[in-house]
Design a protein. Structure first.
Ligand code: ZN
Lengths: 502, 496
């Protein structure tokens, strides 16, 4: 294989990107039969029945939950839900397709015409159109193997055959690989908030094909479209699009034309490789699925699903900023997935109705800081489900800091203990004997000692060097083995120095 | 020795009476059926598979139920045949194709499961045109079936085995499937009663699909009353078939005694006149059918010979677009990878898959797959598939219009009596056999064929009655009344 090196050229091309996402629904059963859909831990070919094996005589029965979840997703993406929808057969022969056709939706999908606002820090908010969200069935999985003699063969695992698959097709509204990646991040976030999919790209429950073309800014017509497949992380989507952007620009600059084709992303070589040209494209011979009557969706059903929609990430982020005074990056981190946001809100709720201002922000700081670090450092890494420390306990710790009972530095040690044992903050503070030395009486002898030992620094301060005070506070903390309340120490030091200034 | 009361020529009603009266046991009746198969099937060849052991076991179980007075239905203990297109758990099911040579299904079709629950005794799987595509049972991958009335002639198709087994006195009744006439045409050719119910009346679950929007399962019997009884057992909602009607099946026998008095019967011109291409009934068939019309009128029905279905002549072209289109997808699963026939040792996986289909399917099946794939392909879809769907809707509406002024429609079942084996080699001539039966499939209507006379060489002629959707009870009432006007159904072939 040759690695193409593409020089980064300064171009005046506009990039046009559209994404096609396939995401598995985590319903209890498959799309058209009653086999369990969660095959992740199942031995190959154990979650199968005559229907999903494509045995003769079997007939599909629509999984109503899958339809409802697709409508739920569509509503979260601001789509229209037509009253009438239908399934179609998409014909193509492949050994992973048990019936020789896939039951999909062609010209009457469950939903059409929606949008999602994609936000990137330095680019702001951009509205991306969503063409359609429809429902279909997943195929079996082929495992390619080689025996000792070097012969290559394929094994078929039918467990995945018939798992509900939602297809989400965007308009060609994205203008950069970074934006495409952000679209995927936010889409995954919405799917997880809705609870309809694990949307895990590495595990294959969330797959993305990208269409990319280049044109001169201001042109209406789209350039020749290249479809990129075979990307298995958000990062690889961005990298593949970046590569393709440069490849196409270089070709166009050199006066070449771009072939409309399908290219595969080679993760190892970090290049896209031509797979098949448009001429060889399949004719899927779609026609209405005669085994399933058309799907009627009553307006009341749609409204009931809409009313039951959970708060979505964008709304929650805005609320966290407004109600809890969080910084955008903190709100963003906390709301990335439903679980951290819920954990955080449980912690805030434990403070009672009259939450002192600043405490929620403190909790957020501890969550995105220490808690996240400890979970990440654990071997194997912890999750919110596996940790023993409870939301109310973190809130208790933040309260102790706020009351001046312990310093931030002490709190780190206290929290490490809490994280390990699940004890309350008070209990750890008592057990370890840590508490801040506050009050003039307790601090006065230490301050006296510091001023005696560091007469030069005291002199400097009096001479106008304000930084010298910081040094003296540090010495006070050292002498008190970290137990002094730094704010108070600073105040007392200043008072003592000012007194003796005369 | 067969007990004298054990006679497979019995009707279901007669057999039920004898079984309950203790004159005969199900085991005796089943033995008689199996003996008759042994004696005649070398000549008739109605069966692909005879399940002697299983049949005798179910017969013994049926006898238990009959003895204890717990017989679930009138079919309990009655020997029947099943078309080989119905999936039967543990019993080889080939659909008449080499492709499914060794397929042992893991499950029962809903209709089969319901007959088992009713205590019926399945004696075997009957021969058919491959994947139900054909009108003569000459397109079975295994062997042709003969017409019991004249072994040189075909029994019709595609359910030829199911028609022949009843006509030959091997079984009391049987099940077939009808996509374009595959029950009614062989019933007419073999002189028995054949009923295609309303589309959606009988679950298609476990019926190996030919054309999903047209396929329906139905009974072959010796009498109309038996057809009502058998339909009763297999009809009704099925959660496994989304196209099956959710309305519970009504009592199909309830109107059987009511006669023809006052019924408005339309005889649309298009079924009785020669069409633009000069196609129509043979003389002998026309004479028998005209005689039947006179009898209907004489028995108190009013006959409307002015009725018209202007587009019904397009039924055949519509059918030969839609059915192949659907079959091209339905038969795509047979690739040799999962079950059934598989060609091995080719240069690649694709080569093996291609060889599997090349070797596993017969000519007629391949012809229809190609027709269908063509009709659905890019650039042709609108002109063929979509256009055919539009005409289908039109034909449906024309039937609705006729039924607005009529209770039933009468028509011939076939243009000719059973033809000789090998006589028709041109596919289009073969397709013309179904010009009178296809319209009911296109419109999803229930239709029945029953004996109405004999023509050329003493071969039986069938009369077709068509009713509005879900009006099987009315259809069966009229058919039963007509049956009583003659003795055509009582004659037996001289098979020995
Ligand atoms: Zn299954």
């Amino acid at each position: 294989m040759t690695t193409t090196t593409v020089a980064r050229t300064e171009t005046s091309w506009e990039t046009v990107i559209g994404l096609e996402v396939h995401t598995q629904l985590r319903t209890a059963s498959k799309m058209f039969c009653r086999c369990p859909a969660d095959y992740a831990a199942a031995a190959p070919n154990t979650y199968v029945c005559p229907l999903c094996l494509g045995m003769p005589g079997t007939l599909p029965v629509i999984n109503r939950t899958a339809v409802e979840w697709t409508i739920r997703t569509a509503l979260a993406l601001n789509m229209r839900i037509p009253e009438l929808s239908k399934f179609d057969r998409k014909n193509y022969p492949y050994p992973d397709l048990m019936k020789g056709y896939q039951i999909s939706q062609y010209d009457m999908p469950l939903s059409e015409g929606g949008w999602m606002d994609v936000e990137i820090d330095d680019l702001g908010r951009q509205r991306i159109g969503i063409t359609r969200v429809h429902l279909e069935e997943d195929t079996a999985r082929l495992l390619h193997r080689e025996n000792e003699a070097g012969e290559r063969f394929s094994l078929v695992d039918v467990n995945r055959s018939g798992v509900p698959l939602m297809e989400i097709v965007s308009e060609p509204d994205m203008r950069s690989p970074q934006q495409a990646r952000q679209y995927l991040v936010q889409l995954r976030q919405i799917l997880r908030y809705l609870g309809v999919s694990t949307a895990d790209m590495e595990k294959g429950s969330f797959r993305c094909d990208a269409n990319i073309s280049l044109r001169r800014p201001g042109d209406e017509a789209l350039g020749a479209k290249v479809e990129i497949k075979n990307m298995n992380s958000f990062r690889s989507v961005q990298r593949a699009l970046e590569f393709e952007q440069l490849r196409q620009a270089a070709a166009l600059e050199a006066g070449e034309t771009i072939a409309q084709e399908t290219r595969g992303w080679d993760e190892e070589a970090q290049v896209t490789v031509s797979q098949r040209s448009k001429e060889a494209a399949h004719d899927y011979r779609y026609f209405p699925e005669p085994d399933l009557p058309p799907l009627q969706t009553a307006a009341e059903t749609v409204e009931a699903i809409r009313a039951a929609l959970p708060e979505l990430p964008a709304a929650r982020r805005a609320r966290f900023e407004a109600d809890y005074g969080l910084q955008p990056f903190e709100a963003g981190l906390l709301t990335e997935e439903p679980a951290p946001a819920a954990w955080f809100e449980r912690a805030v709720a434990s403070l009672g109705d009259d939450v002192p201002a600043g405490l929620p922000r403190g909790i957020a700081t501890w969550f995105v800081g220490e808690l996240t670090r400890l979970m990440h450092d654990a071997k194997p890494p912890d999750t919110l489900e596996t940790i023993v420390v409870q939301p109310a306990q973190l809130a208790g710790l933040v309260q102790l800091i706020d009351a001046g009972t312990i310093s931030n530095t002490q709190a780190k040690d206290v929290f490490a203990e809490m994280y390990a044992s699940g004890e309350d903050a008070e209990a750890v503070v008592e057990r370890l004997g840590v508490s801040q030395i506050s009050g003039e009486d307790a601090l006065a002898p230490i301050i006296r000692q510091v001023l005696e030992e560091h007469a030069q620094a005291a002199e400097d301060y009096r001479g106008g060097k304000a930084e010298a005070l910081k040094f003296l506070v540090g010495q006070t903390m050292r002498l008190s083995r970290g137990q002094a309340n730094p704010a108070q120490a600073s105040e007392l030091l200043r008072a003592a120095l000012d007194d003796t200034a005369e | 020795m067969t007990a004298p009361a054990a006679d497979p020529w019995l009707t279901i009603v007669e057999a039920a009476q004898r079984l309950r009266g203790g004159e005969v046991t199900s085991v005796e009746l089943t033995r008689a059926s199996l003996e008759r198969i042994r004696a005649t099937d070398e000549r008739v060849r109605a069966f692909i598979t005879v399940t002697e052991e299983a049949a005798l076991e179910s017969a013994a179980a049926a006898d238990e139920l009959l003895r204890s007075g717990d017989a679930p239905s009138l079919l309990t203990g009655v020997p029947i045949g099943l078309k080989d297109v119905l999936m039967t758990a543990g019993v080889r099911t080939t659909a008449g194709s080499r492709m499914l040579d060794q397929l042992i299904p893991p499950y029962d079709a809903t209709s089969v499961a319901r007959l088992r629950a009713a205590g019926a005794v399945a004696v075997g799987k009957t021969n058919m045109d491959e994947f139900a595509m054909g009108s003569s049972t000459e397109h079975s991958a295994w062997f042709p079936t003969a017409n019991p009335w004249d072994l040189e002639r075909v029994p019709g198709g595609s359910s030829g085995g199911s028609a022949a087994t009843v006509a030959a006195g091997q079984c009391v009744a049987s099940l077939g499937s009808d996509t374009g006439g595959s029950i009614r045409q062989p019933a007419a050719f073999c002189g028995v009663v054949g009923l295609k119910p309303t589309y959606g009346r009988v679950s298609r679950y476990g019926l190996i699909a030919f054309a999903s929007s047209l396929d329906q399962i139905g009974p072959f019997t010796r009498t109309v009353e038996d057809a009502a009884l058998l339909l009763q057992e297999i009809a009704g909602p099925d959660p496994l078939d989304s196209t099956c009607s959710e309305a519970p099946a009504p009592d199909f026998s309830v109107q059987l005694g009511e006669g023809l008095e006052g019924l408005r019967i339309a005889a649309p011109r298009e079924f009785f006149e020669r069409n633009a291409e000069g196609q129509g009934m043979d003389e002998g068939v026309a004479a028998a059918v005209e005689g039947a019309l006179e009898l209907l009128a004489g028995a108190g029905a009013s006959l409307d010979r002015g009725a018209s279905l202007p587009s019904v002549g397009y039924s055949l072209p519509v059918y030969y677009v839609l059915a192949p289109s659907e079959c091209s997808a339905n038969l795509a699963r047979y690739d040799g990878v999962k079950y059934g026939y598989g060609s091995r040792g080719g240069a690649s996986m694709w080569a093996d898959m291609e060889a599997t289909r090349q070797e596993g399917f017969g000519r007629e099946v391949k012809r229809r797959i190609l027709l269908g794939a063509y009709a659905l392909s890019a650039g042709y879809y609108d002109a063929y598939y979509l256009q055919a769907q539009k005409v289908r809707t039109l034909i449906r509406r024309e039937f609705d219009a006729v039924f607005a002024g009529a209770d039933l429609i009468v028509a011939p079942t076939t243009p000719t009596v059973a033809f000789r084996q090998g006589e028709i080699t041109d596919p289009y001539q073969m397709y013309l056999n179904d010009i009178y039966t296809i319209p009911a499939n296109i419109a999803g209507l229930p239709a029945i064929s029953l004996p109405c006379g004999f023509a050329e060489a003493g071969m039986p002629v069938g009369l077709q009655l068509i009713a509005n959707r879900n009006s099987e009870a009315l259809l069966l009432r009229a058919a039963r009344a007509f049956e009583g006007l003659g003795e055509w159904g009582l004659r037996r072939p001289s098979l020995g």
